[in-house]
Design a protein around this ligand. Structure first.
Ligand code: 0L1
Ligand code: MG
Length: 263
């Protein structure tokens, strides 16, 4: 049950989207609306999505966030969240991420999948997800919370589209039966130095569990994951801050590598 009026949802969506588009930070919205609930938070996120689509942006995927125990601990939260990916978030492999379009970016290594059947909760499981997975591919997300110093609570993060900002995919695309997402290892390097390592199991024990959770969360709003959806399953490592001049390369076991420069 929502606590905020439609007008307030629209106002907060505009406030947070302006912060994203103009790259300025804001204080967390629960400071002013401490009683807002989960439905309010997702209503604001869906309103940001609606605003972008109304201006001609396409939604090209979905993501889960805060799905690894490392990330939950880093941010002091206990529940994963979902968000959407707009077309202009996508940066080609080896491409440049422009720092002046962002506030305080951090990078995280993820495993992504593309579905070939719709997935609808409740009751969606890892088995359902694996049976609906067309392909598995590497993705590196650049998150950029609009909240000052990344200080937020979960409802504020949900409203802020889970800090989504940019992402890069690349490497090799494999069929689901060609990779073991659970043991798949990743090595993140910045400027040639290893800064984080991990394996797929860091994501809720199996990246497919993250997609099942997404289907089950969407079901609460009467939504499903359509066939053909690109989904980033969540950071395997803690997110690492980057600055202009940095060169990021993430190497994935059996899936090649993904790189970007921060300019
Ligand atoms: O992709 C993510 O894990 C986003 C998490 C949102 C919270 C954060 O900014 O760390
Ligand atoms: Mg992420």
């Amino acid at each position: 049950m929502s606590t905020l009026s439609r007008a307030k949802i629209a106002e907060l969506a505009e406030h947070l989207e302006n912060a994203e588009l103009q790259a300025f930070d804001v204080t967390k919205i629960t400071d002013d609306y401490p009683d807002m609930d989960w439905e309010d938070a997702y209503d604001i996120q869906w309103e940001i999505r609606r605003r972008k689509e109304a201006r001609g942006s396409k939604v090209i995927g979905l993501k889960m966030g805060l799905t690894s125990y490392a990330k939950m601990k880093q941010m002091g939260v206990e529940v994963p969240v979902y968000a959407f990916l707009a077309d202009y978030f996508s940066v080609p492999d080896g491409g440049a991420v422009k720092i002046d379009e962002l506030i305080h970016p951090k990078v995280e290594a993820e495993i992504a999948i593309i579905t070939n059947k719709p997935l609808r909760g409740p009751g969606c499981t890892v088995a359902h997800v694996l049976a609906a997975t067309e392909s598995v591919l590497p993705a590196v997300e650049v998150i950029d919370s609009r909240y000052r110093d990344f200080k937020f609570d979960l409802k504020s993060v949900v409203a802020d589209n889970a800090s989504s900002a940019r992402f890069v995919t690349g490497g090799n695309v494999k069929r689901a039966d060609e990779v073991d997402m659970k043991t798949l290892g990743v090595v993140m390097e910045i400027n040639g130095e290893v800064v984080a390592t991990g394996a797929g199991a860091a994501v809720l024990s199996h990246p497919a569990a993250s997609v099942a959770m997404l289907a089950n969360m969407l079901a609460e709003r009467g939504e499903e994951i359509p066939a053909g959806t690109f989904i980033m399953t969540g950071g395997i490592t803690a997110a690492i801050a980057v600055k202009a001049g940095d060169s990021v390369c993430v190497r994935y076991q059996d899936l090649g590598s993904v790189s970007m420069s921060i300019v």
